[in-house]
Design a protein. Structure first.
Length: 492
């Protein structure tokens, strides 16, 4: 099999820009008429921006700075290695016209490869572990790729593992496996792109880089580049609890894309100066917080890196430059940790057991709403919709006539729910003028204000849209999934 020197920068020109020095300012793509138009999507990979995370770092001395790799065309840092590995394979004669690309991936590398394959006419078969979100699988298929799902909880050498299955598929005629875990073009692409960008964007004033370690390609490539220019720069490896890298024994975890149960050839562990182990619960809570507070929708491994960056920043002086690399977008995880029910069902609030009660959540909500927004039987559907809109809620209890605050369970005759009202409106054009009792839903389940938060989550996980909080049998508030999870995130 032919080989290629991955130190040859020419194989990376598509990501870096032809004849362009990586330390120059961000590239401009000018067509033959002088217009700023890129020749294709591949040419737009790299040169991702950086932004200060003022809110997430408000309680630590330095301001954390994020490199937004989700702004690559394919939505992740893996765009960089996708083009690099394919161009290296083409130059070496390993990948020929009409060939098939086979790769084990947690999703992001697959997208990067799929974009290049779509432009160059290759077929793609991606093998993914079963913990990968359905969003990511659907995304890969949207690019025309075939996806094979394999069990996560097996050893790498097990014939059912996604490593073994990809090996068998890659043995087919005219198939090529880039193999991001062993391909030297993986780390080298970061020597030629990500590393120089970070150096240029910080003007060489970078004291620490925090990033999740998966294949180790980004860590190794960027680490080598930065340490050659500033030997005392600190590389902080963010690692899931359960990963072999920073622990004694590998075990399952749910954060995708980082950590491993073996040591890839693409990872040079000497590049990591400090390890930070982060739990699934911490990672998901921080990712959700980043979306809420910074307006940046990030993936779970970004949450891992942010937790590690926050811990490390707490030990540094105010003038330190702490950069955290955020590898992907949260759009691939909307059905997972951004979904309140999924979070509750997987127990990612159990770490807060004993840290609060129903009363604490009610207090945390503040006083921007009446104690219990409610309706009475004779009020119309239109009035209900107006009330829902006015207070920004999606469900309300319905009390007996004459009962207002502090209703007992005997005073609650049912509830009104936004989705039920919409369904009724679609079926009956005259429903707006009808009394609310005609579209009444069952009462919300109740929970005492002294109960632990887990009791609320049990009802929510079972499908209830909200719960009614009671004090000595009298209603005092309504809590939703968002209310509980916002409270728990605020306790971190």
């Amino acid at each position: 099999m032919a080989s290629i020197d991955v130190q040859d920068r020419s194989i990376y020109t598509r990501t870096l820009g032809i004849e362009r020095d990586p330390l120059e300012l961000p590239r401009r793509h000018l067509d033959d008429r002088g217009r700023e138009v890129a020749p294709d999507l591949i040419a737009l990979m790299g040169d991702t921006p950086m932004v200060a995370l003022n809110r997430l770092s408000a309680d630590v001395p330095p301001t954390m700075i994020a490199k937004l790799e989700m702004l690559n065309p394919g939505g992740s840092v893996k765009d960089r290695i996708g083009i690099a590995m394919i161009e290296a394979a083409e130059a070496a004669g390993q990948l020929k016209p009409g060939g098939t690309i086979v790769e084990p991936t947690s999703g992001n590398t697959g997208v990067g490869l799929a974009i290049v394959a779509a432009r160059r006419g290759y077929r793609c078969v991606f093998v993914v572990p079963d913990k990968v979100s359905n969003d990511k699988i659907s995304l890969l298929r949207a690019y025309g790729a075939e996806v094979v799902v394999c069990p996560t909880a097996v050893a790498p050498e097990d014939p059912r593992s996604y490593y073994s299955v990809s090996d068998r598929l890659a043995a087919q005629p005219n198939a090529f496996k880039p193999d991001q875990y062993f391909n030297p073009a993986n780390p080298q692409s970061h020597v030629f792109s990500t590393g120089p960008e970070l150096w240029r964007q910080t003007d060489g004033q970078i004291d620490a880089l925090v990033l999740g370690v998966g294949t180790g390609g980004t860590t190794t490539g960027v680490g080598r580049y930065l340490k050659e220019r500033k030997p005392d720069v600190t590389i902080v490896g963010a690692d899931p609890e359960g990963s072999l890298y920073s622990g004694d024994e590998a075990r399952p975890y749910l954060v995708e894309g980082i950590g491993e149960d073996f040591w890839p050839d693409t990872f040079d562990p000497s590049m990591v100066d400090v390890w930070e182990r982060v739990s699934d619960a911490e990672s998901f809570a921080m990712a959700r917080r980043c979306a809420r507070e910074e307006g940046i929708l990030v993936g779970g491994s970004c949450g891992t890196a942010l937790v590690a960056a926050h811990r490390y920043a707490a030990t540094q002086p105010a003038d330190a430059t702490i950069v955290v690399l955020l590898p992907d977008s949260g759009r691939g995880y909307l059905s997972k940790f951004y979904d309140d029910t999924w979070m509750a069902e997987h127990g990612f609030v159990e770490h807060a057991s004993g840290a609060g009660s129903v009363a604490d959540v009610l207090d945390f909500k503040g006083e921007y709403l009446p104690p219990v927004v409610h309706l009475h039987p004779d009020e119309s559907v239109a009035a209900a919709i107006t009330l829902l809109k006015e207070f920004g809620v999606s469900q309300m209890p319905v009390f007996r006539d004459g009962v207002h605050d502090h209703a007992t369970s005997d005073d609650v005759i049912g509830s009104v729910r936004e989705n039920a009202l919409l369904d009724a409106a679609l079926r009956d054009a005259d429903v707006m003028s009808k009394p609310i009792v005609e579209v009444l839903q069952p009462p919300l389940p109740t929970v005492d204000v002294g109960a632990p938060i887990d009791e609320v989550l049990g009802s929510l996980a079972a499908g209830a849209p909200a719960v009614m909080a009671t004090d000595d049998g009298h209603s005092v508030g309504v809590l939703t999934r968002a209310d509980v999870l916002t409270f728990l995130a605020g306790q971190d």
